[in-house]
Design a binder for this molecule. Structure first.
Ligand code: NAP
Length: 250
């Protein structure tokens, strides 16, 4: 039996991971801010997974993350595999005109939230000398782009947190993987442009983007490797995307 915690499981890549990783040998822990969406997902997957626990968690808040881990500990549930997926981009703006509350939210969610969940997951992983942390980075963490500097910086932080952790944990049976997707069609752009569907759809204009399932397949692949194999980093893009801003559109 393996226990997998997926953050941001209510939508997109996190939801696809929950669907892909459901099995009779898996205890799933799903969290996000939207408990209704998680409940619907739980209802759908209940017969496939050994058990599913859902939590309303805002990863930006350490007390919210701690409350979930306290409840899990009381139920004797410990995390073996963490999929640190919750994240978002807000707006598209140069730094000079950037919205500070958007910056705060991206930094608090994508960097601090990821660290909070990682810290509490590691307690058991280190004690048990077993585990796998899969972080959802982005190709924006490798190549910055104009008007996306802050989002790119948060994903660059995810890369460096992953690299630092891997070094800290080198003598333990704990793997760290950073997955860096390019364009994936999810609710991501809709969130970024605050429901402006025209702008959101334009992101995927003329190109066949990755699906959330494609990325979930990658997560499933990295966690299925033999125990002696650690996949450190994977960059995955649609066929016609070569960098964050080099995209061939028909
Ligand atoms: N789509 C892309 O093109 C793309 C490319 C590279 C990397 N990524 C990364 O992939 C990850 C998933 O994004 P997605 O594309 O699947 O977008 P999505 O469909 O918008 O899903 C984002 C998920 O993150 C959760 N979330 C956001 N803020 C949260 C918070 N404060 N606390 C807890 N959960 C939170 C959302 O849940 P609630 O709203 O219910 O809280 C939702 O489940 C993100 O880290 C994103 O940066 C996406």
């Amino acid at each position: 039996m393996r226990t997998i915690l997926i953050t941001g499981a209510s939508s997109g890549i996190g939801k696809a991971c929950a669907e892909k990783l459901s099995s009779a040998e898996t205890q799933l822990i799903l969290c996000s801010r939207n408990i209704d969406k998680l409940q619907n997902l739980k209802n759908k997957l209940e017969s496939k997974a050994a058990s599913i626990s859902i939590y309303k968690v805002d990863v930006q808040k350490m007390d919210s993350v701690e409350a979930m881990f306290k409840d899990l500990a009381e139920g004797g549930i410990n995390v073996d595999i963490l999929v640190n997926n919750a994240g978002l981009a807000l707006g598209l703006s140069d730094v000079e005109n950037g919205d500070i509350s958007d910056w705060d939210m991206m930094i608090d969610t994508n960097i601090k939230g990821l660290l909070y969940v990682t810290k509490l997951s590691l307690r058991h992983m280190v004690k048990n000398n077993f585990g796998h942390i899969v972080n959802m980075g982005s190709i924006a963490g490798i190549y910055a782009y104009p008007k996306g500097a802050v989002y790119a910086a948060t994903k660059s932080a995810v890369k460096f947190i992953s690299d630092g952790l891997r070094k800290e944990l080198v003598d333990k049976n704990i793997k760290v993987t950073n997955i860096q997707p390019g364009l994936v069609e999810t609710n991501f752009s809709n969130v970024r442009f605050r429901g402006d569907l025209e702008r959101a759809n334009d992101v995927y204009r003329g190109i066949k983007p990755l699906t959330a399932d494609d990325v979930a397949d990658t997560v499933s692949y990295v966690i299925s490797m033999p125990q002696h194999v650690q996949i450190c980093e994977i960059t995955i893009t649609p066929l016609h995307q070569a960098s964050v801003d080099v995209v061939y559109r028909e």
